[in-house]
Design a protein around this ligand. Structure first.
Ligand code: ADP
Length: 305
C-alpha cells in the first residue's frame, strides 16, 4: 500500500544554527489492512516521518510510493485521513459547520455528510456539543473533533499523530474503541503514540524509533503474550507428594532460598493454577520470560544513547 524507502530528512533551522538530522535511513512497508504504531521518545523523528508520508514535506533522500505510484503523482487526498498532533481547527466554527465544510471539500453530498458525521459524533460522544463553537472545546474535545474531521470521508488509510494525547481515560477508551472498529473494517492504520499500552493492544506491528532511526520493527508475536513463553511461580517449599501431582505440567523445578520455583509453558497456566489451588498452595511471586514492550523500548533507547 505504502512503501517508504531509505528516507532521510535534515532540518536547516537557520544560517548559524546547527542542522538537525530528524530521520536517518528509514525504510518501511505498510500493507493493506496493517495497523502499525511508531513509538519513540520525543524528537525521535516520528512526526517528521508522518509529514513526509503525507507529502507535507519532502525527504532529502529516499522515496515514498502509494499503491505503487510515487507519492508526488498519487492522488492521496481521498484515500488518507489525517489527525495532526495538535489539530488546528477553525475555532469560530461549530463542529457541525466544520464537518459540513470538510464534507464539501471531500465531495460528499450533504446527506452523506450528515449521516457519517452523525455516526462519528455519536461514537465519540460529540453529538451534544455539535452546535458549540470549537473555541469553547476542551483539549480532549478538540482531539475528538479532529478525529471526526479526519474520518468523515471514510478514508482507507488513517494516519494519526498521538491520537490519545490530552485525553482522559474515558476519551482514550472512546478513541481506542474507534481505532479497533476501523481495524475491524480493514482500514490501514498508521499512528504514533507514546502510550505504549495502547500501541501494544492495537497494533500488528510496532516500529521503535530512536534518534531518527527505525531500530526495530516488532511483530505481534514479539510483544503479545503467546503460548511459547515460560512462566515461573515462586511457592513455599513443596513436599514430594505435592510435587508429584504437578510434575507432568512443569518444565522445571528449582530451589531458591528455601522456596520452589515452578516453571512451565504459558499455555499450561490454567492447569497449574487449578492444581495449586487444589493443593492449597499459595503463590508468593510470579514472573515471565517475555520482555514487555516497555522493557524492549527502554533497552533500545539505552543502546542508542
Ligand atoms: P517526534 O515526533 O518523534 O517527537 P519530530 O519528528 O517532531 O520528532 O522531530 C525530530 C527532530 O527534528 C527533533 O530534534 C526536532 O526538534 C526537529 N525538528 C522537527 N521539526 C523541525 C523544524 N520544522 N525545524 C527544525 N527542527 C525540527
Amino acid at each position: 500500500m505504502i512503501e517508504l524507502k531509505s528516507l532521510y530528512k535534515t532540518y536547516s533551522p537557520g544560517l548559524f544554527k546547527k542542522k538537525v538530522p530528524a530521520v536517518r535511513g528509514l525504510s518501511l512497508e505498510i500493507n493493506h489492512g496493517d495497523v502499525i504504531g511508531l513509538v519513540g521518545p520525543n524528537g525521535a523523528g516520528k512526526s517528521t516521518t508522518i509529514r513526509m508520508l503525507l507529502g507535507l514535506i519532502r525527504p532529502d533522500r529516499g522515496s515514498i510510493s502509494f499503491r505503487g505510484v510515487p507519492l508526488k503523482d498519487a492522488d492521496i487526498q481521498y484515500d488518507i485521513g489525517y489527525l495532526p498532533e495538535n489539530p488546528y481547527l477553525y475555532d469560530h466554527l461549530t463542529l457541525e459547520e466544520l464537518l459540513a465544510f470538510s464534507g464539501r471539500a471531500s465531495g460528499l453530498s450533504s446527506a452523506e455528510t450528515k449521516k457519517r458525521g452523525g455516526e462519528l459524533m455519536e461514537k465519540l460522544a460529540m453529538t451534544e456539543a455539535r452546535k458549540r463553537p470549537l473555541r469553547t472545546f476542551s483539549k480532549g474535545m478538540l482531539q475528538r473533533a479532529g478525529i471526526c474531521f479526519a474520518l468523515l470521508h471514510d478514508p482507507s488509510v488513517v494516519i494519526l499523530d498521538e491520537p490519545m494525547s490530552g485525553l482522559d481515560p474515558v476519551g482514550r477508551k472512546m478513541v481506542f474503541d474507534l481505532v479497533t472498529d476501523l481495524k475491524g473494517q480493514g482500514k490501514t492504520i498508521f499512528f504514533c503514540s507514546h502510550i505504549l499500552n495502547d500501541v501494544e493492544r492495537l497494533c500488528d506491528r510496532i516500529g521503535l524509533m530512536v534518534g531518527g532511526r527505525l531500530l526495530r520493527v516488532l511483530k505481534r508475536e514479539d510483544f503479545a503474550a503467546h503460548g511459547e513463553a515460560s512462566l515461573h511461580l515462586v511457592v513455599n517449599r513443596l513436599g514430594e507428594q505435592e510435587l508429584s501431582g504437578l510434575h507432568p505440567l512443569l518444565s522445571d523445578i528449582a530451589e531458591e532460598s528455601g522456596r520452589h520455583v515452578l516453571s512451565f509453558p504459558a499455555k499450561s497456566l490454567t492447569a497449574v493454577s487449578e492444581q495449586l489451588h487444589a493443593l492449597n498452595v499459595e503463590v508468593l511471586a510470579s514472573r515471565s520470560d517475555r520482555l514487555s514492550l516497555e522493557e524492549m523500548f527502554m533497552q533500545a533507547v539505552e543502546e542508542n544513547r
